[in-house]
Write a protein that binds this ligand. Structure first.
Ligand SMILES: [Zn+2]
Ligand SMILES: [Zn+2]
Length: 289
């Protein structure tokens, strides 16, 4: 006698959009031979899965245990509902009702996979500065409305090229539903050259760098006069400036860094961290005083 199917509906609220949650649910449900669907709604992520009772129970446990590490669940609701006899598992288009209680995640630092592609001359994103994937890249700074889907982001005007679209639509791909997915063919372009920018900084000039989170005013932190001019222009007489460093190794040359601080610097959120400066470096003294 066949085992009767049950159907479970799970609603998750919190930071559950833009972290690869839908592809994760898709892979998990498919792997466990469950049917149903998942969608982003403006009140959270909704999953309906159908199958044998014991597998649904395991699914719900794994949903929480193996979820994308950048996600934060604040509310987890589940309910048993009548089975529908569904035969496949699908990712449904987002609905957009009016209650908006979903958190949008902050931007995440470029992940190791994307960094590798960036410096791999055989990769089609070699040196493409706006490389990102489901595990990293901009979120908060590109979102205009929720649910977090490409038409609700500043990327809506960049039409995905065929290769990017294939990544975006392939549940097995790291860029499946990565809303800011882009490449040099279809995405934003770097204006001006890196060499010219570096030269301007070396001359002691102030450069306005347009990044994913707006403009940053940048100077060479080793030039006291350049830092002083930036302070004057910004009317920022004392507050320390943030330093950008390409690596932890270089940051260690300039600052004392504890293990806890290393963990913060290397975390996905990659926040600005207050550190103790080392004496005797070539850093301009007026960077922080
Ligand atoms: Zn990435
Ligand atoms: Zn593309």
């Amino acid at each position: 006698m066949p085992v009767a199917s049950q159907r479970l509906r799970v609603t998750l609220r919190g930071a559950v959009q833009g972290v690869g949650f839908r592809p994760f649910v898709y892979r998990l449900a498919t792997e466990m031979s469950l049917t149903g669907w998942v969608l982003n709604s403006s009140s959270g992520l909704v999953v309906e899965v159908e199958g044998a009772l014991d597998r649904l129970t395991v699914f719900e446990q794994r949903l929480d245990r193996e979820r994308p590490k950048a996600s934060v669940i604040t509310v987890h609701e589940s309910a048993w509902i009548p089975a529908e006899g569904s035969t496949s598992f699908e990712i449904h288009a987002s609905d957009s009702d009016t209650s908006k209680s979903v958190s949008v995640l902050p931007d995440l630092a470029t992940c190791d996979d994307c960094r590798r592609e960036l410096f791999d001359s055989s990769n089609r994103r070699f040196q493409y500065p706006f490389t990102n994937c489901t595990n990293c890249g901009p979120r908060y700074t590109i979102v205009i409305d929720i649910p977090y889907d490409r038409p609700n982001t500043t990327m809506k005007d960049f039409v995905l090229c065929p290769q990017c679209r294939e990544e975006y639509e392939n549940p097995a791909n790291r860029r499946f539903h990565a809303q800011p997915n882009a490449c040099a063919v279809c995405g934003p372009k770097l204006e001006g050259t890196i060499a010219d920018t570096a030269e301007a900084l070396r001359r002691g000039e102030i450069v306005a760098l347009k990044g994913i989170g707006g403009f940053q005013l940048v100077v060479d932190a080793r030039q006291t006069a350049a830092v002083a001019r930036l302070r004057q222009r910004k009317h920022r007489e004392e507050k320390p400036f943030a330093l950008m460093m390409p690596s932890l190794e270089m940051a260690r040359e300039y600052c004392e860094i504890s293990q806890a601080e290393v963990e913060l610097l290397e975390s996905q959120a990659a926040p600005i961290v207050l550190l103790q400066p080392k004496p005797g470096t070539d850093l301009a003294p007026n960077v922080a005083h």
